[in-house]
Design a protein around this ligand. Structure first.
Ligand SMILES: C[S@@+](CC[C@H](N)C(=O)[O-])C[C@H]1O[C@@H](n2cnc3c(N)ncnc32)[C@H](O)[C@@H]1O
Length: 261
């Protein structure tokens, strides 16, 4: 189990290979304290400046920019992504199994005309009709599943996606010193592509979100909380360095954009 950054509340962001991974994830965020401290412990609050978060928002905004049909976010959690992604002019639906996480999401969202629809439910049994969504996203969720769990998730998401619909999710990258517990630590871009193909999805783009150089150049700006400068470092990673991840078939971590094929 990963302990929250400041070590206060245990959260189940694990990569264990056991069949319990899905159940751990499902149960782990029901706790009120885990939900309440989730954003604080990961620098996701509005006043925090996180390179990783900014990079995710930038890549997602680009990936979803042309989507006009409704967007689904599975395991929406505290709504940290959806509140930065609203304004696409399309319907946004977030689903999560944890009432506590959804309660935090409601608190953090401003009520407006494009307030997303938040629903409590199971991502493996989505209460939506076939082909309803133009895109689906799943962050800090799909990557925590084991191979069997990911297969089930791809199948269910494909069901609710329209033809040519997009699936966007983050993945663990390749590490020289792979932890035995983390199967995702040895995932090359090629292996990810094959896994997706086997599940009827075509990988069309990889955004690298863990480039060391971006990390290094953003240190003083993160420390001083200068968001535009941190966003610029993220921009370099997303726009300029991302092709390297595909070219070298190695990504330290990134975002996969795939299409239902
Ligand atoms: C690590 S959090 C990620 C939250 C958010 N996606 C983010 O990027 O910050 C994992 C989330 O997955 C949710 N979850 C776990 N199993 C689920 C399931 N079977 N269906 C829906 N949500 C689930 C948890 O309640 C929790 O909110």
């Amino acid at each position: 189990m990963r302990v929250g950054k400041r070590g206060s509340h245990r959260s189940p962001e694990v990569n264990n290979r056991s069949s319990d991974a899905r159940e751990d994830l499902r149960k782990g965020y029901q706790d009120e304290a885990v939900a309440r401290t989730y954003e604080e412990e990961r620098d996701f609050r509005e006043g925090d400046v996180s390179l990783h978060y900014e990079t995710e928002v930038l890549a997602l905004s680009e990936a979803l920019g042309d989507v006009r049909a409704p967007v689904l976010e599975v395991a929406v959690g505290t709504g940290r992504l959806c509140r930065r992604l609203m304004g696409f002019g399309t319907r946004y639906v977030g689903i999560d199994v944890s009432a506590q996480m959804l309660k935090e999401a409601e608190k953090n969202l401003e009520y407006g005309t494009d307030h997303p629809r938040l629903i409590r439910g199971d991502a493996f049994q989505l209460p939506f009709r076939d082909g309803y969504f133009g895109a689906a996203i799943g962050f800090r969720f799909i990557k925590h599943l084991d191979t069997g769990g990911r297969r089930l998730m791809y199948k269910e998401l494909k069901r609710v996606l329209a033809d040519e619909g997009l699936l966007v999710f983050d993945f663990y990258g390749w590490r020289r010193r792979a932890s035995k517990k983390k199967e995702g630590d040895r995932l090359t871009v090629g292996a990810l592509r094959s896994e997706l193909e086997e599940n009827g999805l075509k990988l069309i783009k990889v955004y690298g979100t863990r480039h060391v150089i971006c990390d290094v150049i953003s240190v003083p700006f993160r420390w001083l909380k200068i968001r535009p400068a941190v966003q610029a470092a993220g921009w370099i990673g997303v726009k300029i360095l991302s092709p390297l991840d595909e070219l070298l078939d190695r990504s330290r971590g990134g975002i996969a954009v795939c299409k239902k094929s």
